[in-house]
Design a protein. Structure first.
Length: 687
DNA sequence: CGGCTGTAACTTTTT
DNA sequence: GTTACAGCCG
């Protein structure tokens, strides 16, 4: 389509290094860009988009697949600064799932899919599994034999679909303790699939599955022809199913560019396979390979530590990251006597850097799991340091929000049995069995008649005590469906809130706070005019941080970033604090079952380290509280993360308790230490 | 006696 | 803030 070496009028091309420029300006055909951490990957992709547009590719014929909506937005915003913003706005950008959602609503007919399908997120998938599990497994059988629970069933199912791996193999490799239950599991999956079809719903996995299937239809050819250029970010974290989707787009379009770094593959638990990136040249013959190795982000001492950590990895693409930036402080390995001291130290360092002119928002605290920041959050609050937390956000998962959304989903799709099941159980005197029997009498699953109308017009008989609640529910649903034109989502939530308020206040001690959450949901809904759109956007792009929900006032304020390492992917900060760098936390003791898991944890730690630009702090609490592992003292002496053996430690500036000694000596476990007793006592009077 | 409601342990990472 | 389980109400 265009030659590689046409001189460009764009001055921003001059700012790129040769490898980057090659990636940005290369011509037709498949391209694999191996981009090490901090090598300007995001910038390169943004430039590529801008370049293509400038070369006359219609923006609506560019598809930019990213890992999160946030990443797509960021990249297109950057591209928009290089060329006309109105044009970059037309680029198809977003996650595989969100793009599938969009395409299937247009082309789904070809697969006999009605365009008004609703989307099940992972929690919804689990609820539907559980519903079926409950029907199929009589109570006594559950006690008789251990059968996988709903979340496990979803994990199995998703792995099966996304990895394209037969159930027997999934069970064998990932869930060996469930091998004997294969028949029961298979039966549940079969029923699960049937129900989804009956209810016109697609789960996360279906979105990809159907997109791939689209490729085999004539409509799929139309889809493939839609895009002249397909760009994929974070390719190391895509799964086999996603790779097949790209194959299906290839028929009409050879212009595929994937960007990634095998050393940063951290989503194997989601069936992502590093083979995608390693085998790209085989899957897409004739692929050009470009490697970005020049690191713009970090100072040399930080890069030295990062390289030393990843050098221990078992298997990897050899890459030689070299820093552009010279000088810089050595990373600090800060040993703390316990978690409280760790929280205090983190705050001290943060405030000190702030005094030196690094605003809070240029600093981040990273950790392995959501609750690792609990204690720190208390300390930050105490010291009046504002923060937003990414990852592990439970807003959509909280029961009261799910209750409201279930109401909306019943209105949107009266065949959605999971939502009915939930809504009905709000009422006093109705539990799982009661809800089931009402659903049967409404004919949620079978009747040709709209179950919603049946409930409103001819309600089932229930005991008097229950009838009060049932009538309130009928009234609310009737109000929401009274007009021929549906209420705007925000007004609908307002009406639902009115209905649900007494239940929330009665059920939860923190009822008022929960009602405020619902008001917040109402605020978010204010941006949408159509309920269906609101619901699917919420499922596909859930608020990823507290800040996504809070209004604009927070935006001009300075705040610290707290994030799980997973959610920090792609981010960079001047100062990075990694807490809980102790074995059991990093690596998580949930993930040390086999060498592959440990390797992934190592890459995770590497991702965390490479987020830092100028200053890096790694905190190691000698003692930490471990969730129940026996009745006695749960405080254990920790071992520094195994990813920092002595030679790597020596690259750090070691500070804090025991810094002079080798850390390996701190492995003895003392039960009922004096601190433990003091803590126990103080918990008695502090409550 | 079935099923609802109150009580006790445990809690990875995310589209 | 769940999920399993045990007691008790209808």
């Amino acid at each position: 389509m265009f030659a590689t070496n046409i001189p460009s009028a764009s001055s921003w091309l001059e700012s790129l290094n040769p490898a980057q420029r090659e990636a940005v300006t290369c011509g037709d055909g498949p391209v694999l860009v191996i981009a090490g951490a901090g090598t300007g990957k995001t910038w390169t992709l943004a430039c590529r988009v801008a370049y293509l547009i400038e070369r006359g590719v219609p923006p609506e014929r560019i598809l930019l697949l990213t890992f999160s909506r946030r990443a797509a937005k960021e990249m297109l915003a950057r591209a928009g600064r290089l060329v006309d913003r109105t044009r970059t706005g037309k680029v198809w950008g977003g996650t595989f799932h969100a793009t599938a959602n969009r395409l299937l609503r247009i082309y789904g007919r070809a697969l006999n899919l009605s365009p008004d399908f609703t989307v099940l997120d992972q929690a919804d998938m689990a609820d539907l599994m559980d519903l079926i599990r409950g029907e199929r497994t009589p109570a006594r059988d559950k006690k008789e034999r251990r059968f996988p629970k709903k979340d496990t069933l979803v994990a199995m199912y998703s792995r099966m679909v996304n990895a394209g791996e037969p159930l027997s193999s999934v069970l064998e490799h990932a869930f060996p303790w469930c091998r004997d239950e294969a028949d029961g599991i298979r039966a549940i999956f079969a029923e699960y699939t049937r129900r989804k079809r009956d209810q016109n719903v697609l789960d996360y996995d279906d979105l990809l599955l159907y997109w791939r299937a689209l490729g085999e239809t004539p409509a799929g050819q139309d889809v493939a022809r839609l895009f002249e250029h397909v760009l994929v970010d974070e390719y190391q974290d895509t799964n086999p199913l996603q790779a097949q989707i790209l194959q299906s787009l290839r028929a009409e379009n050879r212009n595929l560019m994937v960007v990634g770094d095998d050393a940063q593959a951290i989503y194997a638990f989601r069936a992502a396979s590093v083979r995608n990136i390693l085998d790209f040249p085989l899957q897409f013959p004739g692929a050009r390979r470009i490697t970005l190795e020049q690191n713009y982000r970090s100072t040399r001492p930080i890069l030295d530590v990062s390289n030393a950590v990843i050098a221990q990895a078992r298997e990897r693409f050899p890459k030689n990251l070299w820093p552009v930036r010279s000088g810089g402080a050595r990373p600090v390995l800060l040993t703390c006597s316990d978690e409280n001291e760790q929280s205090g130290e983190v705050c001290d360092q943060i405030l000190e850097h702030r005094e030196q002119g690094i605003p809070l928002r240029r600093q981040a605290v990273l950790f392995r799991t959501g609750h690792h920041s609990d204690l720190l959050e208390l300390e930050l609050t105490r010291r009046n340091i504002p923060f937003v937390k990414y990852g592990g956000l439970k807003f959509l998962e909280s029961a009261h929000i799910k209750d409201v959304l279930a109401m909306m989903r019943v209105l949107e799709n009266p065949r959605d049995e999971v939502s009915w099941f939930r809504v009905l159980q709000l009422l006093d005197g109705i539990g799982p069995a009661g809800a089931r029997s009402i659903m049967t009498s409404l004919g949620v699953r079978v009747a040709p008649r709209d179950p919603l109308r049946t409930l409103i017009d001819s309600p089932p008989r229930v005991p008097d005590a229950t009838a009060v609640g049932l009538n309130a529910l009928r009234l609310a649903l009737a109000d929401c469906t009274a007009d021929s034109t549906p209420l705007p989502p925000a007004s609908e939530i307002a009406r639902i809130r009115q209905f649900i308020e007494p239940f929330i206040l009665e059920r939860y001690s923190s009822g008022q706070a929960r009602l405020q959450d619902i008001e917040q949901l109402e605020q978010v809904a204010g941006n949408y005019s159509v309920r269906g759109r609101f619901l699917s956007e919420l499922a596909l792009d859930p608020p990823s941080a507290t800040s996504d929900l809070a209004g604009p006032p927070l935006l001009d304020e300075d705040y610290l970033i707290l994030s799980t390492v997973h959610s920090a992917k792609g981010g960079e900060w001047d100062v990075v604090h990694i807490i809980h760098a102790a074995d059991g936390m990093i690596p998580s003791d949930m993930s040390t079952g086999n060498q592959e898991e440990i390797e992934e944890e190592r890459r995770l730690f590497y991702v965390a380290l490479t987020r830092a630009r100028d200053n890096l702090y790694v905190y190691f609490p000698l003692r930490f509280y471990r969730r129940p592992r026996g009745l006695d003292d749960n405080h254990h002496f920790a071992q520094l993360t195994r990813f920092l053996p002595e030679p790597v430690q020596s690259l750090f500036d070691r500070r804090g308790a025991g810094a002079a000694e080798s850390f390996s000596s701190a492995s003895v476990v003392h039960k009922s230490s004096r601190d433990g007793i003091d803590r126990l006592l103080s918990s008695l009077w502090d409550g």
